[in-house]
Design a protein around this ligand. Structure first.
Ligand SMILES: *Cc1c(COP(=O)(O)O)cnc(C)c1O
Length: 416
């Protein structure tokens, strides 16, 4: 692979090789990451990206759309079928622009909006202060419950009746439990708000029927295409037919110019792959691995936020082990186990050195690592945290990790 690149620009080629080798030889537990298939990668790097196609299939501002129109229509039709949606827009450049298009399409700047607070598992684009969503709108953040650490649904209803939001965002980025979409629909109806459900993390699980779908409840559903869905780096918006004109206008010409057509093709490929039996067993493994890892880590004395998981991720409070989340994450990285430090709800520690780590099972599940191996992973994590300041011990674990994980071929990655 990459013969031309290697010849033309050895410097970049070497870095690509390095990153590929890293992805091949470490245990990747970052909950938002995955391995896209070779077919998805190939579609992403086609000459389709040479083409400009502002507009939508059949209504373009440039000629020469004989093939691009068909590509985009296939992506749209496959996503509509996969999620049972009335309309799909596949042009958002990523998850955040998809959410921005929802705000721009449905409400006016300055309107009251609601979303789950970032420190409680919500996303930046759900109204966090430093983000456009917190700057351009009157943002009200709802919390999780202090005891259960699950979304505080009573508080959601109370705040909604108090602030009368025009738009409510439901959906999470670091939350290990199912979200009760029907409840959010009820509250949105009570106060006359639009309901946007953001399934960026869980869209692969929703596609496989392993997380309840928000499509029957939401006005709009947004997602990335590169997390559990295992497509290219991209975004998508599903919505009711009645909202399609507003959403499409918000994406183009409201927010973006030409769509990234190679990415669109790769989204179509991922949507097709998501209907295959192999995707169903991958998604099942994602859930089973997260549950098994939660149990195994708990038996090593780690505390799981909310006590466990329903989905693909765990938020682990590591302070009981005498380390912060950052110390744990840095030591794990040295040992070839890659995750991110993460705040826990009501974290007494600062966001840049919080109490927790976030761990996800999608990438290892794509490699076919089975639940029976999760006790081994948990034991490594425990050893790393215990010997976090012992570089020799961490290097030793890294070698063990490498030997273990390279036995599971990574989709889309060259074996050396
Ligand atoms: C990852 C994520 C996004 C943003 O996706 P980007 O592609 O990084 O812009 C939006 N919402 C949620 C809930 C996410 O987890």
């Amino acid at each position: 692979m990459y013969d031309a690149l290697r010849k033309q620009d050895p410097e970049i080629a070497a870095l690509v090789d390095g990153e590929q080798e890293r992805q091949r030889t470490v245990i990747r537990l970052i909950a938002s990451e995955n391995y896209a298939s070779r077919a998805v990668q190939e579609a992403s790097s086609t000459p389709l990206s040479n083409k400009y196609s502002e507009g939508y299939p059949g209504k373009r501002y440039y000629e020469g759309q004989q093939y691009i129109d068909q590509v985009e229509q296939l992506a749209i039709d496959r996503l509509k079928a996969l999620f049972g949606a009335e309309h799909a827009n596949v042009q958002p450049y990523s998850g955040s622009p998809a959410n921005m298009a929802v705000y721009f399409g449905l409400i006016e700047p300055g309107a009251p909006v609601m979303g789950l607070g970032l420190p409680h598992g919500g996303h930046l684009t759900h109204g966090w202060g430093v983000n456009f969503s917190g700057k351009l709108y009157q943002s009200h953040q709802y919390p999780v419950d202090k005891v259960t650490e699950r979304i505080d649904y009573d508080e959601v209803r109370r705040i909604a009746h108090e602030v009368k939001p025009k738009l409510i965002f439901a959906g999470t980025t670091a939350y290990p439990r199912f979200v009760d979409w029907a409840f959010f629909r009820e509250v949105a109806d009570e106060v006359g708000a639009y309901l946007a459900c953001d399934i960026a993390h869980i869209s692969g699980l929703v596609a496989a029927g392993l997380h309840p779908s928000p499509v029957p409840y939401a006005d709009v559903v947004t997602s990335t295409t590169h997390k559990t869905l295992r497509g290219p780096r991209g975004g998508m918006i599903l919505c009711r037919a009645a909202l399609a004109p507003a959403i499409d206008r918000a994406v183009f010409p409201g927010l973006q110019g030409g769509p990234h057509n190679a990415t669109t093709a790769a989204i179509a490929v991922a949507a097709k792959e998501a209907t295959l039996p192999s995707f169903a067993s991958y998604a099942r493994r994602v859930i089973d691995n997260a549950a098994a890892l939660s149990e195994a880590l708990t038996s090593h004395g780690f505390r799981m936020v909310t006590g466990g998981t329903d989905n693909h991720l765990l938020v682990v409070d590591v302070t009981g082990k005498g380390v912060s989340g950052k110390v744990a994450a840095k030591a794990l990285d040295k040992a070839g186990i890659v995750c991110n430090f993460n705040s826990i709800p009501f974290d007494p520690r600062k966001p840049f050195d919080p109490s927790g780590i976030r761990i996800g099972s999608p990438a290892i599940s794509s490699r076919g690592v089975p639940p029976s191996e999760m006790p081994r992973l948990a034991a490594w994590i425990d050893r790393v945290v215990t010997s976090h300041d012992n570089d020799a011990a961490l290097a030793h674990i890294k070698a063990e990790v490498r030997e273990f994980i390279t036995a599971f071929p990574a989709p889309g990655i060259d074996a050396d």
